[in-house]
Design a protein. Structure first.
Length: 434
């Protein structure tokens, strides 16, 4: 049964992956057609075609390897300097350029001269290339909202999980009291496990972050604390101690290994699944986008540890880069967890949302062959033409992105090597959630 559920989890993730890819390519397709660019193909996947159907001037289909997708637009690159497709050169770099240019014109038909991608204004090309990643961003936003507002997320609450008997500096890393340790304010005030703190010093405390900040700012003061105990409100009085506690950053997250002097009450907060309102959801998502950008920037620094995890005896770090295979394994593991079905579904949706957010950020890198590379080329062309117009110089014409294809091949080679490394690590030393 466990194996069956694991396979089911992988299948569910694979379906979600295909939908995400199809949604991404739909953004490119719809905007390209909106601007009159001819699109011969819309494909989800790579490799041999499993199914396809021609509708109008476009072939829609699904291919065997569900690790990506593409649409093919005619005239992605302008003609060569002689106004046509230059004959293939014996130079390998020039050959790459002209091979790419030739592929962009191989399905050119009479009447297509005005329907090529490069003939569109730069802002239209930016819209077409940005539309794909933007669709992933929209999908990630919607999926995150579904989880945050519909299911809720695990977080600390204002309910007491346990009461500390004494005051211990958090940097000491011990949980047993010494005779010289003073009693904690919570214990002295009579706080009990299961109490839900309703208000602190006259202020309502509906979330842990608010309560934590109030406690930290009340060192040395005696404050009234109202708790809900078995359905009845009980007022306690506690003199908040000054203690060495974990430092918080601007976002309210704890800073590992750093401490500050602040107010201390002396209890552990219980965790629970808490639904978020729209405002809190937006803040949470903004923080996740920032975390994702930081992770993307730190990707090169994680390669040595990833290599050690794949080919050595190093551990696989929880924040290690993970590919499609690793994410599929996580999907299978989610399906086998002994948790309510609603929480399994929430974890699946969250996994898919994170995948779409990563797709957006990755595709926005200003490097060919990614969408961001084409966007950068169109913006550079717009800048050149604007400067020429202001300086009353001749129009420099379209920027020939094809000349960057040698760089694109190098970038693609690096991505392929990195993908293989992640794949090996995902197989031999996968990230696990349980």
């Amino acid at each position: 049964m466990t194996t069956l559920m694991f396979i089911l989890g992988i299948v569910v993730f694979a379906v979600g992956l295909l939908v995400s890819i199809a949604w991404h390519e739909l953004g490119h397709l719809s905007t390209a057609k909106l601007f009159g660019i001819r699109v011969p193909q819309y494909m989800v996947g790579f490799g041999p075609t499993v199914w396809s159907r021609n509708k109008g001037e476009t072939e829609y289909g699904v291919k065997a390897i569900p690790f990506g997708g593409y649409i093919r637009m005619i005239g992605m690159f302008p003609p060569g300097e002689d106004g046509r497709i230059t004959a293939r050169s014996t130079s390998p770099w020039r050959g790459m350029i002209e091979d790419a240019r030739s592929a962009a014109y191989e399905e050119l038909q009479p009447g297509d001269e005005t329907r090529m991608f490069y003939t569109r204004k730069p802002w239209k090309r930016v819209v077409v290339m940005f539309a794909g990643p933007f669709m992933n961003l929209v999908l990630a936003f919607v999926l995150f909202l579904i989880v945050l507002m519909g299911f809720g997320i695990q977080q600390q609450t204002t309910t007491v999980a346990s009461v500390s008997p004494c005051v211990i500096a958090q940097s000491q890393n011990r949980d047993t009291c010494k005779p010289s340790d003073p009693a904690s304010p919570a214990a002295a005030a009579g706080m009990e496990k299961g109490d839900k703190i309703v208000s602190f010093d006259g202020r309502r405390t509906e979330d842990w972050d608010t309560l934590s900040d109030l406690i930290r700012d009340s060192a040395g003061r005696q404050v009234p604390i109202v708790v809900d105990r078995d359905g009845k409100e009980v007022t306690l009085r506690a003199t908040i101690a000054t203690n060495q506690v974990a430092k918080k950053d601007a976002a309210g997250a704890y800073v590992q290994g750093e401490y500050v002097k602040a107010g201390f009450l002396g209890f552990s907060a219980a965790t629970g699944v808490v639904k978020q309102d729209f405002g809190d959801s937006v803040v949470w998502m903004t923080d996740r986008v920032g975390d994702a950008v930081d992770s993307l920037a730190a990707l090169p620094s994680k390669i040595p540890a990833l290599w050690d995890a794949a080919f050595g005896d190093g551990p696989r770090e929880p924040d290690s880069p993970m590919g499609v295979v690793g994410a599929a394994r996580v999907g299978g593991e989610i399906a086998t967890l002994d948790i309510p079905a609603s929480q399994q579904l929430a974890m699946f949706v969250m996994l898919l949302a994170g995948f779409n957010l990563s797709l957006f950020l990755f595709n926005m890198l200003p490097l060919l062959p990614l969408d961001g590379g084409h966007i950068a080329g169109a913006l550079w062309e717009s800048l050149r033409r604007t400067v020429a117009k202001v300086l009353r110089r001749p129009d420099p014409g379209p920027f020939d992105v094809a000349k960057l294809m040698p760089v694109a091949y190098v970038v693609a080679g690096i991505f392929i090597c990195f993908t293989i490394l992640v794949l090996i690590a995902d197989v031999v030393n996968p990230i696990k959630i349980s």
